[in-house]
Design a protein around this ligand. Structure first.
Ligand SMILES: Nc1ncnc2c1ncn2[C@@H]1O[C@H](COP(=O)(O)OP(=O)(O)O)[C@@H](O)[C@H]1O
Ligand SMILES: [Mg+2]
Length: 423
C-alpha cells in the first residue's frame, strides 16, 4: 500500500499517540486524513497495536477487524452481562499496548463500556480503565451515529446513558479523553466545495449553497456503473436489480438453505441470490483463506452449470463457496446462574450481494471520484447527507437523484454539546 506523507498536523498527532499513553480522540471533518494517519500508525508505531472498527466495511478500509469479532462480543446491547473470553482472546488482549478504533461515531456507549470491561477482565485489572490499554479513537461525530436498535434497546439507552454516543460512555467519568482535531482537508481540493460541505456538516446551508449543490448535481448521471449511495436498503436493492437486468446473459439464482429459527426473514444475505456473469458484487464475510474480506468488491466471472461461482477481485479469479451463518440465542438458568449459548438456526448461502449501489451507511470512510446520491423520500438520520456528499472528491463528480431539501440536513444536539465542550 502506498500512503501519502503525513502533513505537519498529522505528524503532531502521530507523535502524541506514540510518545504518551493518553487516550486520544482524533477527529476532524471528512477527508482530513484521519484514516490515513491511522494507517501510518499501524505501519510505523513501536507499540503493540490492534486496529478495529464498528463495521466490516470500515474495518476493511484500515486493515482492521470488527470490534465484535476482535472482542468476541454478542450482537445487541451488552449491558452488565458477563463477558465471555476464551484463552486466545485473553492472550491477545494482554499483549496489546494500544487499541485503535476507526469510525468511532458508529460505536455506541454500551459497546464502549463493554470494551472497557473486557480489557479490565482480560488483564486482571478490575479497577483500571481499559485495563491500562491506551485507546485511540478516530472519527467524526458529524457523520453517522450508532444505529439505534429496537425499542427495548432504545429504552435501555434512555435509562442508562445521556445519549447513545461513545463519548457518553460511563468509562469517561473515570478517565479523560484528549480530543485533537485535524483541520486540513485532503480529499477535496476545491475551496468552494469544501465550504459547501462544511455548511452541510454544521446544518448551516444557505439558499445559495443549496442552489450550487443542486445545480451541479442535477445532471444526468453516466450509465457506466457509477456507484449509487442511497439512504435505504430498498433503494439499494432496486438499483442493483435494475443494473442486473441491464446486463446481457441469463440470470442464475442461488437459493439459501435455511434451518431452524432465523427470526422471521431477517437473513444475513439474500434468500434467493440472483446473479449474472459480469455482475458487480460485494463480499459479506471474511474468507478463511484471506482471499477477500467482508466488504471486498469484485465481478462475477463465471457461473457453472452446477451452480459454482467464480469472482474476479483485483485481477484474480477465485471460486466462492457457500458459507453458513449461525443464529445464537443465550438461555439463562437460574439454578446454576449460567448463560448457555445455543445455535437456534442456520443459514447457508454464497457470501455475496450485488454492489452497484450501497447504503450511505456502508459508504462512510470511502472516497469516490463520482457517485450518484439518492436521498430517497427523506433522510432519516443526522449526518447522513454530509457522509454522502463528502465521499466525493469534487463537485463535478456529484449526481443527485433529487434536489437537497432543508430537512435533509440536521445535526444531533448531543454532538453539538460534545464538540463545543469547554468553549
Ligand atoms: N497528508 C496527506 N497528503 C495527501 N493526501 C492525503 C493526506 N492525508 C490523507 N490524504 C488523502 O485524502 C483522502 C481522505 O483521507 P482519509 O484518511 O480517508 O480521511 P478521513 O478518514 O479523515 O475521512 C484520501 O484519498 C487520502 O489518501
Ligand atoms: Mg476515515
Amino acid at each position: 500500500m502506498s500512503l501519502p506523507d503525513l502533513s505537519a498536523e498529522q505528524k503532531r498527532v502521530f507523535d502524541l499517540i506514540e510518545s504518551t499513553k493518553k487516550h486520544v480522540f482524533v477527529t476532524g471533518r471528512a477527508g482530513t486524513g484521519k484514516s490515513t494517519l491511522l494507517n501510518h500508525l499501524s505501519w510505523n508505531t513501536e507499540k503493540q497495536l490492534v486496529i478495529s472498527a464498528p463495521t466490516g466495511v470500515a474495518a476493511l478500509n484500515v486493515g482492521g477487524q470488527t470490534i465484535h469479532s476482535l472482542f468476541r462480543l454478542p450482537i445487541g446491547v451488552i449491558a452488565d452481562s458477563d463477558i465471555e473470553q476464551n484463552g486466545d482472546v485473553r492472550k491477545m488482549l494482554n499483549t496489546i499496548d494500544t487499541l485503535v478504533i476507526d469510525e468511532v461515531s458508529m460505536v455506541n456507549a454500551d459497546l464502549m463500556d463493554a470494551i472497557d470491561r473486557s480489557l479490565r477482565k482480560a488483564r486482571h485489572k478490575p479497577t483500571v480503565p481499559f485495563g491500562g490499554v491506551q485507546v485511540v479513537l478516530f472519527g467524526d461525530p458529524y457523520q453517522l451515529a450508532p444505529v439505534p436498535g429496537d425499542s427495548d434497546e432504545r429504552a435501555y439507552f434512555t435509562d442508562h446513558y445521556r445519549s447513545m454516543w461513545f463519548f457518553d460512555a460511563k468509562v469517561w467519568s473515570e478517565v479523560s479523553l484528549t480530543v485533537v482535531e485535524l483541520t486540513e482537508i485532503h480529499r477535496q481540493h476545491d475551496d468552494d466545495f469544501k465550504f459547501m460541505l462544511n455548511a452541510v456538516r454544521h446544518g448551516q446551508v444557505t439558499k445559495e449553497i443549496a442552489d450550487a449543490l443542486n445545480g451541479a448535481g442535477a445532471r444526468t448521471p453516466p450509465s457506466d456503473g457509477t456507484i449509487t449511495l442511497a439512504t435505504r436498503n430498498d433503494a439499494v436493492n432496486r438499483i442493483n436489480a435494475e443494473a442486473l437486468k441491464r446486463l446481457p446473459g441469463k440470470v442464475r439464482t442461488a437459493n439459501a438453505e435455511v434451518s431452524g429459527d432465523f427470526g422471521g426473514r431477517n437473513y444475513p444475505a439474500e434468500e434467493a441470490l440472483e446473479l449474472k456473469v459480469g455482475a458487480q458484487v460485494m463480499f459479506l464475510r471474511n474468507d478463511s483463506e484471506q482471499r477477500w474480506v467482508n466488504g471486498s468488491v469484485g465481478v462475477v466471472s463465471k457461473i457453472s452449470k452446477a451452480g459454482s461461482i467464480w469472482v474476479e477481485i483485483d485481477g484474480e479469479v477465485h471460486e466462492v463457496d457457500p458459507v453458513s451463518w449461525e443464529k445464537h440465542r443465550y438461555s439463562y438458568s437460574a439454578d446454576d446462574k449460567k448463560l448457555t449459548k445455543n445455535v437456534i438456526g442456520e443459514f447457508t448461502q454464497f457470501p455475496l450481494r450485488l454492489a452497484w449501489a450501497v447504503t450511505i451507511h456502508k459508504s462512510q470512510g470511502k472516497t469516490y471520484d463520482q457517485a450518484i446520491v439518492d436521498l430517497g423520500q427523506r433522510v432519516f438520520s443526522a449526518g447522513q447527507t454530509y457522509v454522502a456528499l463528502s465521499r466525493l472528491t469534487s463537485l463535478e463528480g456529484l449526481y443527485l437523484t433529487r434536489p437537497l431539501r432543508p430537512a435533509d440536513i440536521s445535526v444531533d444536539p448531543a454532538v453539538k454539546r460534545f464538540m463545543s465542550r469547554g468553549q
